[in-house]
Write a protein that binds this ligand. Structure first.
Ligand SMILES: NC(=O)c1ccc[n+]([C@@H]2O[C@H](COP(=O)([O-])OP(=O)(O)OC[C@H]3O[C@@H](n4cnc5c(N)ncnc54)[C@H](OP(=O)(O)O)[C@@H]3O)[C@@H](O)[C@H]2O)c1
Length: 357
């Protein structure tokens, strides 16, 4: 049984600072004083974070880590502690974060993310020890691939939209870089909440697909006429929120299409890590720029409930069968080149070997 391990002596992805090795990494013992469950991963998804790690552009990188922060799996063993909500054989989603309980402002204590030591990673054929409190029963309307696509992107989108962006029914919201995993979850959640959603993308085809998912329309963020096109699309409407994972120079022009007191939520800086513009035009319109990172355990549970109630199915761009070098190479190249529309998923266990629930 192999795991995907971050390495300096790579056999795959050698064009980056770090590479990946597929090798055995036997599961450790569980801690008897904690309430833990052993989870067999059925499917795992990639995040842009994995590419940043390979490039050496992420804090806390540790060679030897098993990569991967997203997974759906089933419980094959649990410690003796009583926890009625999780039982053996149950299909569960893994909260990608660890140690952030409920404070809306940010983690109360050390916050860890699956996929970098000392936390486990999900790109593995080995079962993974998880704290029981970081597991949530998986909604039954999701396939394994859809379920694996949900945790990190869904949590980030949920907090960015609702906790930080305060997006509500009938408000107008812009979601940038709609091909991305987080952006697509944000689109689906905002539409389900009754907001009017506009998107940006480098691709007309992706904008069309977003419209099919409920967006009112979209604009190419590479277009020189970007802000004029966006104004045309909005008509008399003004944006209450911009939900953005790209950063870059467009922050300077967003106030032109925002209402007073509008909120720009930034959860990532794919376009440029050099920061964003905050000028007097933001100040005069009382516009906030708010940073947002993943979310708390409470928000994770709320997000899964929201997905269940609204029967939302995360958009999966492609699924690979089996954890092997070819699948990893293709998935990481797809993500680096922004070719995807939605999440990139690797099916790890043969679904026919999973227990009937
Ligand atoms: N803070 C957090 O907790 C957190 C959580 C998750 C992700 N992130 C960060 O958020 C970003 C997105 O993550 P992801 O996993 O959703 O990535 P992803 O699936 O790889 O999507 C990235 C998307 O970014 C868009 N993009 C690229 N350049 C852009 C630009 N100049 N302007 C607007 N959009 C641009 C592209 O959209 P088109 O294909 O439509 O052009 C691309 O599909 C990454 O930087 C990631 O590290 C942060």
């Amino acid at each position: 049984m192999v795991s995907v391990i971050l390495s300096e002596n790579a056999t795959t992805q050698t064009k980056y600072k770090y590479g990946l090795e597929l090798k055995e990494n036997p599961v450790g013992e569980f801690s008897a004083d904690k309430s833990q469950a052993l989870v067999k991963v059925q499917a795992a998804a990639l995040n842009h974070r994995d590419v940043w790690i390979l490039k050496g552009m992420y804090p806390g990188i540790k060679v030897g880590s098993v990569l991967g922060s997203d997974a759906v799996g089933y419980v094959i063993k649990k410690s003796d502690h009583n926890d009625d909500t999780i039982h053996i054989g149950q299909r569960v989603l893994l909260n990608p974060g660890s140690g952030w309980v409920s404070d809306e402002r940010g983690p109360e204590q050390t916050f860890g993310i699956l996929g970098l030591l000392p936390w486990a990673g999900t790109l593995t054929e080995e079962p993974v020890w998880m704290d029981m409190e970081e597991l949530v029963a998986c909604p039954t309307h999701l396939s394994n691939a859809e379920a694996a696509a949900l945790p990190l992107a869904g949590l980030t989108a949920y907090r960015a939209l609702f906790t930080k962006g305060l997006v509500k029914k009938d408000e107008h919201v812009l979601i940038t870089g709609i091909g991305g995993g987080v952006a697509l979850c944000a689109l689906q959640f905002a539409v389900a909440a009754g907001a009017h959603v506009y998107v940006t993308s480098s691709s007309a085809t992706k904008i069309e697909k977003a419209i099919a998912l409920g967006a009112k329309g979209g604009v190419n963020y590479k277009d020189d006429d970007f802000i004029r096109e966006l104004k045309k699309l909005l008509g008399k409407n003004l944006l209450s929120a911009v939900i953005d994972g790209a950063g870059g120079p467009l922050y300077g022009v967003y106030p032109k299409v925002m209402r007073t007191g509008g909120i720009i939520v930034n959860y990532g800086q794919t376009a440029s890590v050099k920061g964003v513009t905050y000028s007097m035009s933001h100040v005069l319109k009382n516009i906030d720029i708010r940073g947002s990172t993943m979310g708390s355990r409470t928000e994770f549970k709320e997000m899964v409930k929201f997905v269940e109630e609204n029967k939302i199915k995360p958009v999966v761009s492609r699924v690979w069968d089996g954890l092997n070098a070819k699948a990893l190479d293709e998935a990481i190249a797809t993500m680096s080149n922004s070719e995807q529309f939605g999440k990139l998923v690797i099916q790890i266990s043969d679904p026919s070997t999973s227990p009937k629930l």
